[in-house]
Ligand binder design. Structure first.
Ligand code: HEM
Length: 419
């Protein structure tokens, strides 16, 4: 029995900070089968479980479908602003804490509430609505083909490092009007930034330089891209808000889309239901993409919300200032919303929470679908005879507490003739 449960049974609800021996959040992502971990947590705690974010820093993981909806929809009670977090207020996060990128305040929509969130979100929704989907599909298909051409003659590749990790960043950079050189420079600088090593400050400066360059160019000569739209939007006050909004879109579009593409390719290459269709020429890509959103959504654990007052949720006493993680994958697997024998992705059922819900729900489902579908289809069409080069169980998950996808996907295929 853990210290946490023994205190609960003694009748005095322990405060989150006092609990020890908790399951680390990373155990829900870096494991062969997250549903088994969720089930154990549910059995021990119910639909809201205490977990350890990092040694000495705890949070609540919201596992229940209805509880996730409650938290995501009630922003007066559950704030998105990390300055409402007791751990942040007490300065308890180490400078190199891996939790920092997801749970520190930044000047963009993701970390704000209410009126301010609506002001910062409107340019995002408006900008995404201006994307020409046909043109984007053509551009994404062309860049997927170009990326594949870089390794097609080898007859082997890592479909994560060589492909899935590259395509979303280049696709979103293109919607901002960045050319391929700027897109790749941004990709490298962001990788450096989020590694949180000594060179993070230099990487941040480089990211800002690239964004400032493209904003200045579009101010001089506006075009139909997202940069021109955001640079001219009356809701964004000053250059800092423009750069931070661009950065949010770029960062939010990247890891989740990479992992969605990676998980879907993995499923199609390892699961007989899809493998048969693949060989028979009927790809079933949309079915596989949908199944991943239900079974293994890329944003496994969405960070975060912070309680604005003491509140009861799923049988737990949440205290003001406690952090709550939205367990989107756990909510999709909540036995209370599934009937026995049901398959994961019933045709047309999109009630999953992969995009979250409420005012912060992902604004970019349409471009995300477009990028992921085009990337998966292009790889499967262009890599003749593609097959996994390792046993399916050797495909390890990427190192993250928040998102889940394959760290690498080594494949072999028939080498393409050199042009
Ligand atoms: C083109 C690709 C994408 C872009 C541009 C994008 C952009 C964004 C932005 C700007 C937000 C913040 C919205 C706000 O706080 O008001 C957001 C939130 C979110 N995105 Fe996306 N996203 C993309 C792909 C994805 C993918 C592939 C997934 C997973 C399937 C995903 C899941 C989410 C979720 C779950 C949230 C909400 C988290 C919460 O409630 O705290 N996104 N996205």
């Amino acid at each position: 029995m853990t210290a946490a449960t023994s205190r609960r049974e003694a009748g005095t609800p322990a405060s989150l900070d006092d609990m020890t021996g908790l399951t680390p959040l990373v155990a829900t992502t870096m494991c062969p089968e997250p549903r088994h971990v969720f089930q154990k947590l549910r059995e021990e705690y119910g639909p809201v479980a205490p977990i350890e974010l990092e040694p000495g820093i705890n949070a609540w993981l919201v596992l229940g479908y209805h509880e996730v909806l409650t938290v995501a929809r009630q922003e007066q009670t559950y704030s998105c602003d990390p300055t409402d977090w007791s751990v942040y207020q007490a300065g308890r996060l180490a400078p190199d804490s891996p939790v920092r990128p997801m749970m520190s305040p930044y000047n963009n929509a993701f970390f704000t509430n209410g009126e301010r969130h609506r002001r910062l979100r409107a340019p995002i929704d408006g900008g995404i609505a201006t994307i020409d989907q046909r043109q984007m599909r053509r551009a994404v298909a062309a860049l997927c083909t170009e990326v594949i051409a870089g390794f097609a003659a080898r007859g082997e590749a890592d479909l994560v490092a060589d492909y899935a990790a590259v395509v979303p960043m280049l696709a979103i950079a293109d919607t901002f009007g960045l050319d391929a050189v700027q897109g790749r420079a941004l990709y490298l600088a962001l990788q450096q930034l989020y590694a949180w090593q000594a060179d993070a400050a230099a990487a941040h400066r480089r990211v800002m330089e690239i964004l400032a360059e493209v904003v200045a160019a579009r101010r001089a000569t506006p075009t139909k891209d997202l940069t021109s739209f955001l640079a001219a939007h009356p809701n964004l006050r000053g250059d800092a808000e423009i750069y931070d909004t661009m950065l949010l879109l770029i960062v939010a579009s990247n890891e989740n889309t990479v992992n969605w593409i990676g998980q879907t390719l993995r499923l199609m290459l390892t699961d007989e239901r899809f493998g048969g269709r693949l060989r028979g020429g009927r790809l079933g890509v949309d079915d596989a993409l949908d199944e991943v959103l239900w079974r293994d959504p890329p944003f496994t654990n969405a960070a975060a919300r912070y309680a604005m007052s003491d509140v009861e949720l799923g049988g737990q006493l949440i205290r003001r200032g406690d952090a709550l993680i939205l367990g989107l994958a756990a909510a999709n697997a909540d036995p209370r919303i599934h009937t026995a024998g049901e398959t994961w992705s019933e045709v047309g059922n999109r009630a999953h929470l992969a995009w979250s819900a409420g005012p912060h729900a992902c604004p970019a489902t349409i471009p995300a679908w477009l990028i992921a579908r085009t990337a998966v289809e292009t790889a499967l069409h262009q890599l003749s005879g593609v097959r996994l080069a390792v046993a399916p169980e050797e495909v390890a998950p990427v190192a993250s507490s928040w998102t889940r996808g394959p760290a690498s996907l080594p494949v072999r295929f028939t080498p393409a003739d050199q042009p």
